[in-house]
Design a protein around this ligand. Structure first.
Ligand code: CIR
Length: 304
């Protein structure tokens, strides 16, 4: 049996699901795209090749091997995108939540059924279809649960809005002892630099008291100010629109000291090193063309 335990974003990782790029399927059509960055690359003829993405995920897997992390991979569903395991389910404390994900992605969960079979079924939470959430929007931070959402009346128009207020409230009522803080994020179906697809696309804590943040990713300045007050301005690494687009906030922590990052994120990697972090640099630029990066590709099951 797998004894789930996740309390925050950075405690030493012991077990994780890492997505797969195998049998990713043909290049999607413009109509099939469900994020603006993939759309841009489909139109430009620069959509990433499966072989390059497999190599990038293998480099990520190697880092997990180096740190003795137990890695589960999804079974391969032929011609189906299974890279971003983060969104299909997520663990809060000792419970695994099955996401009510975008319908285009709903088969992905079937491929980790063999992992779910190893978990006490009383610890697996499902809910009704009107309650939306994806793991990229959910972050644990000690006494807090941060949840990305979109509060606009036009929620239904955005294929990029994946977590609704019903989703936030569902989590809230299950964790009365936590501070569940929602963040209203900017959304665009067509312009990737104007789209914070999930909370982890514009914000993420690292270490024990620091975080990476894109101020303009928040629709409400009060939400941004909440994080400034919580972390302290001196502990925040601010990223530009272009850096958000490159997915600088979507690095991944193996421990409070070790961060896996993209090898071209020079400004971020230098800052992390200057703050005392060990930075494991890997290539991940091809996968980033699908508007997801390292955190998006993982679903932690156990952190110490
Ligand atoms: N947590 C994340 O931000 N996941 C990235 C998902 C990217 C994928 N192209 C999607 O639109 O669902």
């Amino acid at each position: 049996m797998i004894k789930l335990n996740v309390q925050n974003e950075t405690t030493r990782l012991r077990a994780v699901v890492l997505g797969t790029a195998k049998s990713n399927g043909p290049i999607p059509t413009i109509e099939e795209a469900y994020d603006p960055k993939s759309l841009e690359h489909i139109k430009a003829g620069t959509y990433p090749l499966e072989k390059d993405m497999i190599a990038e995920m293998e480099a990520f897997n190697k880092v997990f091997e180096k740190y003795n992390v137990k890695v589960y991979r999804p079974e391969v569903i032929p011609n189906y995108n299974q890279i971003f395991s983060r969104d299909i389910a997520f663990v809060i404390e000792d419970k695994l939540f099955k996401s009510n994900i975008l319908p285009d992605r709903e088969k992905e969960i079937e491929a980790i059924q063999y992992v779910l079979n190893e978990i006490d079924e009383n610890k697996i939470i499902k809910t009704t279809d009107d309650i939306h959430f994806e793991g990229g929007d959910v972050m644990l931070w000690n006494d807090h649960i941060f949840v990305g959402t979109y509060k606009g009346q036009d929620y239904e128009k955005f294929i990029t809005a994946r977590t609704n207020m019903k989703g936030v409230n569902f989590i809230k009522q299950l964790f009365p002892n936590k501070i569940v803080k929602e963040f209203d994020l900017v959304k665009s179906n067509t312009i990737a630099k104007e789209n914070a697809l999930h909370l982890d696309c514009c914000f993420q804590p690292v270490g024990t008291n620091k975080a990476i943040i894109h101020k303009e990713g928040f629709r409400d300045i009060n939400d941004y100010n909440y994080l400034v007050n919580l972390f302290g301005m001196e502990n925040l690494f601010h990223i530009t629109k272009d850096e958000m687009y490159q997915m600088f906030s979507n690095v991944f922590s193996i421990s409070p000291e070790v961060v896996v990052s993209e090898r071209n994120f020079t400004r971020l990697n230098n800052w992390l090193q200057s703050q005392g972090f060990i930075v494991e640099e890997i290539p991940y630029a091809e996968i980033s063309k699908q508007e997801g990066l390292l955190r998006c590709s993982t679903m932690p099951l156990i952190r110490d």
